[in-house]
Design a protein around this ligand. Sequence first.
Ligand SMILES: CC(C)(COP(=O)(O)OP(=O)(O)OC[C@H]1O[C@@H](n2cnc3c(N)ncnc32)[C@H](O)[C@@H]1OP(=O)(O)O)[C@@H](O)C(=O)NCCC(=O)NCCS
Length: 161
Amino acid sequence: MNADPEVRKYLGELLTREQSDAAVALMQAEFDERSFGWWALEARETGEFIGRAGLDEVGEDMPFAGVDVGWRLKRSAWGHGYATEAALACLAFGFEALGLPEVVASTTVNNLRSQAVMRRIGMTQDPADDFEDPSVPEGPLRQCVLYRTPRRDAHGLHHAA
Ligand SMILES: CC(C)(COP(=O)(O)OP(=O)(O)OC[C@H]1O[C@@H](n2cnc3c(N)ncnc32)[C@H](O)[C@@H]1OP(=O)(O)O)[C@@H](O)C(=O)NCCC(=O)NCCS
């Protein structure tokens, strides 16, 4: 998945096996430390690994704060609604188990498939939140959009606080 140019199109350089394994080890360590993070995704029917989804703390160098939700599927798993299903489960965990007041999501302006997931799970975008990702080198991947959703229950109802 991390060595596939189509999957990495909006993420940056392709990863080697060693880099990908190191990223997984970091995700596991972070998960153990704070009890949330990235989950591996498996197809219910077959148990096959299809990608990852999860919650992460927004980096300190970003122009916004909080917890963001993200997703990445191997190419053969696109187009089945798996990212949407996983993202909704992540939001439910964030709001119900962690009690978060809000969850955000960001991606490059051109990553329309990822933005479609954001809209499908009920997140909304304010152009005033558009930002340049300081962790990305100068270039087309730097310009990003931000989506947000306030806390809500399993029926989609928003809470006042
Ligand atoms: C972003 C990414 C996860 C989106 O994957 P996706 O398959 O398009 O998204 P979903 O899993 O929500 O599936 C939606 C598609 O499945 C279809 N679908 C089929 N059954 C469905 C169901 N039961 N429920 C919802 N959608 C369903 C939808 O119609 C939609 O199809 P479309 O793309 O033709 O409109 C994927 O493109 C990816 O991994 N990209 C590379 C990594 C990346 O950029 N990650 C995001 C970084 S911010």
